[in-house]
Design a protein around this ligand. Structure first.
Ligand SMILES: NC(=O)c1ccc[n+]([C@@H]2O[C@H](COP(=O)([O-])OP(=O)(O)OC[C@H]3O[C@@H](n4cnc5c(N)ncnc54)[C@H](O)[C@@H]3O)[C@@H](O)[C@H]2O)c1
Length: 278
């Protein structure tokens, strides 16, 4: 599930596994949405490698189940220092409130607890602002914003104090990308919603943070790598001059879930090679 590093090719990413370990996370349970592929799959694998049990959920349940099986098989074949977690695949449409509750029930039935909830599922439609259709703006707000809200609500119903929620925002919440008006709007909303959730769920001892990735090497950004002009344009605004890898987003996620971040809430970590400044 990982690429090799190619320092000669600035379009490639550094996908070396993150070695950070927070031992306190072993035995805890996480829900990760949008985990059939891309960053969600990397999060599920990285957490399970460290002993966290994971319900990986996606609207594409066939791919989700295949990804869960692939991760479990891979972990069983490795000689890890600690017992790995287990990844259970499930179907969720994050626009559906009832699906989220069903997901929580799967986690409770399988693992008896929910410690972490990662609202990662998202869509990335293209349209110039004067052509955004009612269907497109509704869809992107439903998936990217309501999906985060409903996920956080389900998590908050079942988490004990000490739980942590992480939402996927984007550098697009901070910088405008042409043709992505609907997406940028949705991710700015995620950043703001994260702060509201942090303020109110703080009453329950639940922390809520967001991650704002830049260009990360997943299917969502495959078009950038397949178009040399788009790749050059993308890398021109990245001070580190390369795309990021899902593993490089996992590192900050792991920190946010860990006890080392236990006084961090309502914060957004940009994982963008510095592109929010250009
Ligand atoms: N890749 C990037 O460069 C980048 C940058 C900034 C933010 N993000 C955000 O990070 C998150 C993950 O992105 P990725 O690059 O891994 O994307 P991806 O397209 O590779 O994966 C997204 C996953 O979400 C699932 N999904 C879509 N709609 C869903 C729904 N209604 N219910 C459940 N699952 C659904 C898809 O089936 C897919 O498996 C997204 O929220 C995205 O907006 C990505």
């Amino acid at each position: 599930m990982t690429d090799t590093t190619d320092a000669q090719n600035p379009g490639r990413t550094d996908s070396a596994q993150m070695t950070a370990v927070y031992p306190e996370l072993a035995g805890r349970a996480a829900v990760v949405t949008g985990a059939a592929r891309g960053m969600g799959a990397a999060f599920a694998e990285g957490l399970a490698t460290r002993g966290v049990n994971v319900v990986g959920a996606d609207i594409n349940d066939e791919q989700m189940n295949a990804t869960a099986a692939e991760i479990n098989t891979s972990l069983a074949a490795q000689s890890l220092a600690d017992t790995p977690g287990r990844v259970v695949g499930a179907r969720v449409d994050v626009t559906d409130v009832a699906d989220h509750e069903a997901l929580a029930q799967i986690a409770l039935k399988e693992f008896g607890r929910i410690d972490f909830w990662i609202n990662n599922a998202g869509i990335f439609p293209f349209a110039p602002v004067d052509e955004i259709s009612p269907e497109q703006i509704s869809a992107v707000l439903d998936v990217n914003v309501e999906g985060v809200l409903f996920g956080a609500q389900a998590a908050a119903r079942h988490m004990e104090p000490g739980g942590a929620i992480v939402n996927m925002s984007s550098v697009s919440a901070l910088r405008i990308r042409r043709g992505r008006g609907a997406y940028c709007t949705s991710k700015a909303a995620v950043a703001h919603l994260t702060e509201s959730l942090a303020v109110e769920l703080g009453d329950k001892g639940i922390r809520v943070n967001s991650i704002a990735p830049g260009y990360i090497d997943t299917e969502m950004t495959r078009w950038v790598q397949e178009d040399p002009a788009a790749l050059k344009h993308a890398l021109d605004v990245v001070p580190l001059h390369r795309l990021g890898s899902p593993e490089e987003v996992f590192g900050p996620l792991l920190f946010l879930l860990s006890d080392s971040a236990r006084y961090v809430t309502g914060h957004s970590i940009a994982v963008d090679g510095g592109s929010r400044h250009v």
